[in-house]
Design a protein around this ligand. Structure first.
Ligand SMILES: NC(=O)c1ccc[n+]([C@@H]2O[C@H](COP(=O)([O-])OP(=O)(O)OC[C@H]3O[C@@H](n4cnc5c(N)ncnc54)[C@H](O)[C@@H]3O)[C@@H](O)[C@H]2O)c1
Length: 327
């Protein structure tokens, strides 16, 4: 490993962010730029949701002279020139979401597994820069409480493909000394949240006065993570350097779906029209992150409570509609 790739490196770094036009990747790219680093963003603008939304996500990063965007597909394009000379590669590109993974297995297999394998091969050719690989609490399955040693038992093709990707990354670390850090994100929210995600749907429908379907009884709980906290953990993982370890990254406050709806009602000053539907196959009943390991290794902890985070997300939805924040 070159000197510049050791933990404790200071000064501007050459970073690559895959999935840079996505919800989290676009925030990460901006945070890296704000910290003085150079960033190459990779994204192929999949149609999982409207690519125009992704173009809007990546606009602020594109305004920086230290950012460039490569519109390439991890499944088929030549990745070696993009990662050549990089100090750190953050791998966020993936097909996300549980539901579609039951009907588009090929898309999940190729983007999440094959795309990761092709990236790993490109990193080998590029002298093995530090890979910060983004995984998910969905690898745990029904219950993601407990620490990182809990046996993964995913119950959706999404979780299965993300677990396969994680295992592949750890295999390259073992066999080829690829320097890696694996982060398992837990339900991220905040401005730019994907349009298929719960809070995004809740806020839009409350603002439009439309009914909201709560799957199950709404008692399912989440330790949701504000996107800035998730980005801070990811930057802290870069600073700490490769450990070959897996870390949970999640918020500190546990809330039920119903609690969240009540908070959004209060923030938007609108009443939610709640209807109940059957529980969704593969949905976790509890997703609470045990983040002690990341706290100890990175000196990181989540800072944003659910109410402050929801206020920021609601303000973003209102801004897109040309409306001022309420309250
Ligand atoms: N959002 C969450 O709550 C959450 C929770 C846990 C883990 N994660 C993980 O975080 C990462 C980012 O998630 P997100 O919510 O920002 O999703 P997103 O869909 O907004 O971003 C992913 C981006 O990757 C790009 N992409 C997908 N396949 C690609 C390919 N083959 N080549 C190039 N680009 C490709 C997409 O176009 C998209 O812009 C994913 O790895 C996801 O599994 C997200």
């Amino acid at each position: 490993m070159s000197e510049t790739r050791q933990a404790g490196q200071t000064g501007p770094r050459r970073c690559v962010v895959t999935g840079a036009a996505g919800f989290i990747g676009s925030h990460l790219a901006e945070a890296l730029l704000a910290a003085g680093h150079r960033v190459v963003g990779i994204d192929c603008f999949t149609d999982y949701y409207d690519p125009a939304v992704k173009r809007r996500n990546v606009e602020p990063a594109l305004a920086s002279a230290c950012f460039s965007l490569a519109e390439v597909d991890l499944r088929r394009d030549d990745l070696a020139p993009l990662v050549e000379g990089a100090d750190v590669v953050f791998h966020l590109a993936a097909m996300p979401g549980l539901l579609r993974s039951w009907t588009d297995f090929d898309g999940y297999m190729t983007c999440n597994v094959q795309g990761t394998q092709r990236l790993l091969e490109a990193l080998r050719q590029a002298g093995s820069p530090h890979l910060v690989h983004v995984s998910t609490s969905s690898v745990y399955g029904r219950d993601s409480s407990g620490d990182e040693d809990r046996m993964p038992a995913p119950i959706s093709p999404y979780g299965v493909t993300k677990l396969a990707a994680e295992k592949l990354v750890l295999a390259y670390a073992d066999i080829f000394d690829q320097p890696v850090t694996v982060l398992r994100y837990f339900s991220i929210f905040g401005p730019r949240q994907r349009p298929d995600m719960g809070y995004h749907i809740f806020i839009e429908r409350i603002l439009d006065g439309l009914p909201i379907t709560v799957f199950g009884d709404g008692s399912q709980t989440r330790g949701n993570t504000f996107v800035d906290d998730c980005v801070a953990a990811t930057l802290a993982a870069m600073e700490a350097g490769p450990s070959g370890q897996v870390f949970n990254v999640g918020g500190g406050e546990v809330v039920s779906v119903i609690d969240v709806l009540r908070l959004i009602e209060a923030i938007t000053e609108r009443k939610a029209r709640i209807e109940h539907g059957p529980a969704r196959p593969g949905e976790q009943q509890r997703a609470l992150a045990d983040t002690r390991k990341a706290r100890a290794a990175f000196g990181w902890s989540p800072r944003t409570g659910i109410e402050a985070g929801l206020r920021a997300q609601v303000a973003w939805h209102l801004a897109l509609r040309g409306e001022a924040p309420r309250g």
